[in-house]
Ligand binder design. Structure first.
Ligand SMILES: [Zn+2]
Length: 271
């Protein structure tokens, strides 16, 4: 039992059709099986829209990011306990979490899985493809409806670095696993579209709350067809920030070789 009532903070018990706290706050389960635990109305409508989530699902299922997923799986197989609570904070449509749960299960680990996204479509798409009995819900990374000290592992894969909440929900010796774009990630795509492409910002400084246990960099190149380039573009935040003129440059590409450049960090809480 790791979920916390978003209204009063007490433990939530999951029933078939709802989740319930001792104070009587009740949250209905949607038909697809996820819970809506987002109480902050200002956060509604944030997160990725459905078109972006579907483009991402299609692109990821073609396997282009599998080298990154394999690295994450290998890390977790080595470092996650034989039995424990794993949380994917900002899971999107859930491709990484599904892959990780399957890999940990085949390594014989018993994982109590929780994944959430601020986008309701993310939680819904993820819940539709559940692997086992993991829990999906709608919530913000900045206010996670989980009990303090309840998680053995938190995944923050391209999601905002809400470090105080991650530290709060982790057990004392729990691990935070981050993935983020490194400097050269998708630069060719940006160069092909923008006159002045911006490099990815330097990674966040984690030293205030975290010790670094391990760092990895995953770099490789892909040759993408015109359709794949369009899907890749549609799954990124650039899609909403690009002028019609720059979009035309994208449409004109026959194919594109791009460099993928991911950083992965395994962190534990200080003190
Ligand atoms: Zn309550």
């Amino acid at each position: 039992m790791s979920l916390a009532c978003p209204l009063c903070g007490q433990a939530l018990t999951q029933e078939e059709k709802r989740a319930l706290c001792p104070a009587g706050h009740s949250f209905d389960r949607a038909r697809q099986g996820y819970l809506n635990l987002l109480m902050d109305h200002s956060a509604r409508g944030h997160g990725d829209d459905k078109a972006m989530l579907l483009a991402r699902r299609e692109f990821l299922e073609e396997g282009h990011y599998t080298p990154l997923l394999k690295e994450l799986c290998a890390l977790l197989c080595r470092r996650f306990p034989e039995e424990g609570v794993l949380v994917d904070a900002g899971c999107g449509e859930g491709w990484y979490f599904r892959g990780i749960l399957r890999e940990l299960a085949s390594a014989g680990k018993r994982v109590d899985g929780y994944a959430f996204d601020v986008a309701r479509d993310g939680a819904r798409l993820a819940a539709e493809r559940r692997v086992g009995d993991e829990t999906y819900f709608v919530a913000s990374v900045f206010r996670i409806p989980m009990l303090s000290g309840s998680a053995d592992g938190v995944l923050s894969l391209f999601s905002p670095f809400a470090e105080e909440e991650y530290a709060r929900i982790l057990k004392k010796d729990g691990l935070l696993i981050r993935a983020f774009p490194e400097r050269e990630h998708l630069m060719e795509l940006k160069r092909a579209v923008y006159d002045k492409p911006v490099e990815n910002v330097a990674r966040a400084d984690v030293s205030r709350l975290w010790e670094t246990v391990e760092e990895k960099r995953v770099q490789y190149r892909l040759l993408l067809s015109r359709e794949q380039v369009k899907r890749l573009f549609a799954m990124t935040p650039y899609v909403h920030k690009t002028s019609p003129r720059d979009r035309e440059k994208l449409e004109a590409l026959e194919e594109l070789e791009v460099g993928l450049d991911f950083g992965v960090q395994v962190l534990c809480k200080k003190g």
